[in-house]
Design a protein around this ligand. Structure first.
Ligand code: ZN
Length: 466
């Protein structure tokens, strides 16, 4: 069994600042996952600065279905005066170092969870360049091979299942005027004065966006900022050029292009025969909001004891959603200490994360998906949400009760009345015959014989205490 604290120390000691290659940290991760029997592959590229980068995809049971645990391998830069950035140290139960929280703690918890259970299909996905624009996750979507049914994206969320965040968009507005001698205004057209009119347009757009609120987010509307402005050559030249850098963080309910459209309209209003204003989008990452009652969210909420929430920073969540996964963001550590000197993760939280991820692997790294019930609903019957899917996989049935002594075993739909000692049980064959002979456990997978029809509805209750 992998000790998450030991692995975390090993990972923190490797400098994986986004500007550097992440291959050294992947080498260490690959050594661990190969030791656990995972098959691995790398998706590699060279970034614009000529640095080699790669995603590492490790899997047990294939890259389709089941559960993916996803963590980024890169870190933000550290202050050169921080002697402990790459020398992990333990103090008051907290492990300090760059990346200790964001997101190497999650990587260590992933490895530890994968070492504690054999459940499959399970994918461990280690991405590159999250901190500089989720470039690795983007490559996974471009490739489209990884298709998990469920996914947990690791970030320091203080063990809160995070269901959404705003998007991130960036554009450059260029105002073209005409240069001239400042003593003769009619010889030119001031790009800076026109940029001033454009700024008033941007303020007005900000007010318009304020009216479209979503109380799940703070602030509850799309925010807009002009962070940079540059223009003019000298005090006595009518400026011919002025540039504005505009950033906005759209609500998930808003198309990332909506604000861009408003900016384009503003540009047209300012343009005249001697002034030309244009906007060029540099980045258009949409926001994301996943259902708060999805199974993976409900599971993490019940295990961690924290209600789902949204966060004010971007993650790789939208990319996992694009890959078709029911996903959310979750992990040990606090983002508020993450990007600064003295970053740390409490070790108690790290080991708790490893335990919860182990339970998540047992619960979701299965071939058939069983609706998860909140504890108060445990005893009630429950119809499968996706009957068509259960029908498709009718030969592959996980046992979900962990009460072998009780005799009655909860099985998937048509087998729910089955008894260990007779009846329908003879139609089942254990997928891994050598495993726990004569003993049933959560996550065991049985294959039903052909004679048995599947799925006529029924109750299946994973035991959250297991
Ligand atoms: Zn992060």
């Amino acid at each position: 069994m992998i000790d998450p604290a030991a692995v975390l120390r090993e990972l923190v000691a490797i400098d994986s600042t986004s500007a550097k290659s992440n291959l050294p940290v992947l080498d260490v991760l690959e050594r661990h996952v190969s030791g656990l029997g995972f098959a691995t592959r790398r998706q590699a590229w060279t970034d614009p600065a000529g640095v080699r980068k790669a995603n590492l995809i490790a899997q047990r049971g294939g890259e389709q279905g089941g559960l993916a645990l996803v963590g980024h391998t890169d870190c933000v830069p550290f202050d050169p005066d921080w002697a402990g950035a790459l020398r992990p140290s333990l103090e008051d139960g907290k492990l300090y170092g760059r990346g200790a929280a964001d997101t190497k703690a999650f990587l260590a918890a992933m490895l530890s969870a994968a070492s504690r259970t054999q459940a499959a299909p399970l994918q461990l996905v280690f991405t590159a360049d999250e901190e500089v624009g989720c470039l690795g996750a983007h490559k996974l979507v471009e490739e489209g091979v990884l298709r998990p049914r469920h996914a947990v994206v690791g970030e320091p969320t203080r063990m809160i299942p995070v269901i959404g965040h705003k998007g991130y968009c960036l554009a450059e507005i260029t105002v073209h005027g005409e240069e001239g001698h400042s003593a003769f205004p009619e010889t030119g057209a001031s790009a800076i004065l026109a940029a001033g009119r454009m700024l008033r347009e941007i303020e007005r757009i900000g007010d318009e966006l304020r009216a479209e609120a979503d109380p799940l987010f703070g602030p509850p509307h799309t925010t807009l900022n002009v962070g940079l402005i540059a223009g003019g050559k000298a005090k006595n030249i009518i400026p011919g050029l002025c540039k504005l850098t505009v950033e906005w963080r759209p609500l998930p309910s808003q198309d990332a292009r909506r604000t861009l459209g408003l900016l384009e309209d503003g540009c047209k209003r300012i343009s005249s025969d001697r002034i030309r204003v244009e906007v060029a989008p540099l980045r258009l990452d949409a926001g994301v909001l996943v259902p708060a009652d999805s199974e993976i969210v409900a599971f993490l909420q019940a295990r961690a004891g924290n209600a789902p929430a949204t966060i004010p920073f971007g993650t790789e969540l939208p990319y996992l959603v694009q890959l078709g996964a029911q996903a959310c963001v979750f992990g040990p550590g606090d983002i508020r200490v993450a990007h600064r000197t003295g970053e740390f993760v409490p070790l108690a939280e790290l080991s708790r994360a490893a335990e919860i991820l182990t339970a998540a692997v047992d619960r979701f790294a299965i071939i058939v998906n069983i609706p998860y019930l909140a504890p108060e609903e445990e005893q009630k019957d429950h119809q499968p949400r996706d009957q068509a899917e259960l029908d498709r996989v009718d030969r592959q049935l996980p046992v979900v009760s962990d009460d072998p002594g009780g005799g009655a075993v909860e099985l998937l739909p048509s087998l729910r009345e089955a008894d260990v000692s007779g009846g329908h049980i003879e139609h089942l064959r254990r997928a891994e015959p050598a495993k726990n002979e004569g003993f049933l456990a959560v996550g065991d997978i049985f294959l039903a014989e052909a004679s048995h029809p599947a799925a006529d509805g029924g109750a299946h209750v994973p035991n959250p205490q297991h």
